[in-house]
Design a protein around this ligand. Structure first.
Ligand code: G1P
Length: 277
C-alpha cells in the first residue's frame, strides 16, 4: 500500500563522539546488527520495499552496508561463518535502496524535504533509526500505523507519554481522541519547555506522511534551534486538514542517548540468551 520508507540519516550523532567521528550513528550496533538494520526490518514488515535514505557527508558506510561486499562474500563462502550474512542478504534481496544527500544540516523537516526526489508525490513512511521500536505481542509500529493509514488516509505521527521534565526533547502534541489510542491533532510544538508544554504526548521517530507535506515544508521557515522542523510543517497540515497521533503498542528505546542504547543492548542480549537456552 505504501511503497517507500524514508530514513533521514544525515545527523552527526554528537552524543556518541568520538565513535561517530567516522562512523554514522545509524551504524552503531545493538549486538551484531546496526540500528539502521532494525529500522529497515520494521519498514519491510509493513510491506515497504523501497528504502530511501537521506544521508550526508561521512555516511558512506550506510550505502556499503546495503551493497554486496564481494571480497567478504568470497572469503566466507562455504565456511561456517556464512550464516552470519544471512539476515542482511535476505534483506538486500527483499527491497531496493536509494540514496540522496542533505548538504547542509538544516533540520529534520529539511532532510525529509530533500527526500522528495526519492519518495515522489506519494504517501511514505519515515523511520528515525535511533528510535528503536519493538512490539513483542504483535505488529511492529510501522505496520500498526499502516493499518491506520488504510482507514484514514492522512498523515500520522507515533506518540508516547513521556515524563513532563522531558518535553523539551520532543515534538509535543495535543488533540482530541477519536479512538482509544488515536487522536486528531489540534496543536503540536517542537521541544517546548516543561512549564510551557500543553501535554506529555511526545512524537517518536515514526511518521506516515501524505505528499502535500512537501508543499507545507516548502513554506516552513526555520523554527526551534533555527532548523526547519517537520513538527511545524505537520501543524500546518493539521490546520489545513487532518493529522493523526497514534499511541503505538510496544516499546521504544532512545538509542540516540547512551542510556537508551545500553537499555536496548541489554534487552536484545537477554532475548538472545533466552533464545539459546
Ligand atoms: C526529532 C523531531 C521531534 C521528535 C523526535 C523523536 O527530534 O524533531 O519532534 O519528537 O525526533 O525522536 P530530534 O530527536 O531529531 O532532535
Amino acid at each position: 500500500m505504501i511503497q517507500t520508507c524514508l530514513f533521514p540519516a544525515a545527523g552527526y550523532g554528537t552524543r556518541f563522539l568520538p565513535a561517530t567521528k567516522s562512523l554514522p550513528k545509524e551504524m552503531l550496533p545493538i549486538l551484531t546488527k546496526p540500528l539502521i538494520h532494525y529500522g529497515v526490518d520494521e519498514a519491510l514488515e509493513a510491506g515497504m520495499k523501497h528504502m530511501a535514505f537521506v544521508t550526508g557527508r561521512g555516511k558512506r558506510a550506510l550505502e556499503d552496508y546495503f551493497d554486496t561486499s564481494y571480497e567478504l562474500e568470497h572469503q566466507i563462502l562455504g565456511t561456517n561463518k556464512e550464516h552470519l550474512l544471512k539476515d542482511i542478504r535476505n534483506l538486500m534481496n527483499s527491497c531496493k535502496f536509494s540514496f540522496t544527500r542533505q548538504r547542509e544540516m538544516k533540520g529534520l523537516g529539511d532532510a525529509i524535504n530533500k527526500g522528495r526526489v526519492l519518495t515522489g508525490d506519494e504517501a511514505f513512511g519515515v523511520v528515525l533509526a535511533d528510535d528503536l521500536c519493538i512490539n513483542e505481542s504483535g505488529d511492529g509500529v510501522m505496520t500498526q500505523m499502516l493499518h491506520i493509514y488504510e482507514k484514514y488516509r492522512s498523515s500520522i505521527v507515533a506518540v508516547m507519554e513521556v515524563d513532563r521534565k522531558d518535553t523539551d526533547k520532543y515534538g509535543i502534541v495535543e488533540g482530541r481522541y477519536i479512538e482509544d489510542d488515536l487522536m486528531i491533532v489540534s496543536n503540536m510544538v517542537e521541544k517546548p519547555n516543561p512549564d510551557e508544554a500543553k501535554s506529555n504526548l511526545a512524537i517518536i521517530g515514526r511518521y506516515i506522511l501524505t505528499p502535500n507535506i512537501f508543499t507545507h515544508l516548502d513554506n516552513t521557515t526555520p523554527g526551534k534551534n533555527g532548523e526547519i522542523q517537520i513538527t511545524d510543517a505537520l501543524l500546518k497540515q493539521a490546520k489545513d486538514g487532518i493529522v493523526l497521533a497514534y499511541k503505538f503498542k510496544g516499546k521504544r528505546f532512545d538509542c540516540g542517548s547512551i542510556d537508551g542504547f545500553v537499555e536496548a543492548t541489554k534487552y536484545f542480549y537477554e532475548k538472545l540468551k533466552d533464545g539459546n537456552k
